[in-house]
Ligand binder design. Sequence first.
Ligand code: GLN
Length: 293
Amino acid sequence: MSTLRETFLKTRNDIKSQKVSISDNIIYRLLINAEGMNSFTELITNFDKTLANPHCFERNLAKVLEGQPLQYVLGEAPFIDLDLYVNSNVLIPRPETEGLVMLVQKLISDNSLNHDTIADVCTGSGCIALYMKYKYPNSRIIATDLYEDALAVARSNSERHKLFVDFMKGDKLQPILESNIKLDVLISNPPYVENQDDIEPIVKNYEPMYAVYSEDGLAFYKEYFKNYKKIMNKKFVMAFEINYDQKESLTKLIGKYFKDEDTSFLFLKDIYDKYRYLIITGGYDVKYFEIWL
Ligand code: GLN
């Protein structure tokens, strides 16, 4: 029987010889998780108590040392203000995607854009849809995904935070087209990586490839552009996460599908200085911004 302190110090020493290096912070998080605690403060105030769940701690430590993403091991990932449950059926929410929703929020508030009906297509963990519901509780939020296993995760996050949105199962825009819903805002972070070499081994080995890889990296955007008149209100905003190398090809596609004069678009960079976002608006005279953080 060891105390939390002894376990921490022993683990720290034992892992020195391992291939995967893990920080003190990760050991703390594994301990907090194994003991069902809520914070670092709770951990250190109980540091000299006996570790109640050594098996859980050891099992999870082994997974981390094997290279599994910490978020899947702990079953949790932060998304701005929300703590979300995640498993390997959904992509782990990325900081870039936090950027996408912050961007949409800023665009809506700077320009007083309509946001009564918002859809998040390819919702995965539900991060975008649930955050929008959190920010705009009076809006109708629709979250779609092709995979039931992903929707189960999103639903559990919805219950956990009491953020109720309309979940719909189906490919790309199919559920929205079938129910004749008209949107003010469409947000999507679809699978857009076309080149397998662009996918990091930890992502390839553990995250669902259907959320990352697409044989045609533009397939989802084409579908959105082709159908925009059917699914969007006259005044609309569409906001997408895109791959760093898609600016040119997407510009061509926009030229092909958006002929109305009151449509405008903008590409914005992420925190890593890569073009990562595409915003398209219709019917608004939008004040765009270059720097959004
Ligand atoms: N940015 C993700 C990654 O790093 C990919 C997300 C996506 O394809 N939508 O793998």
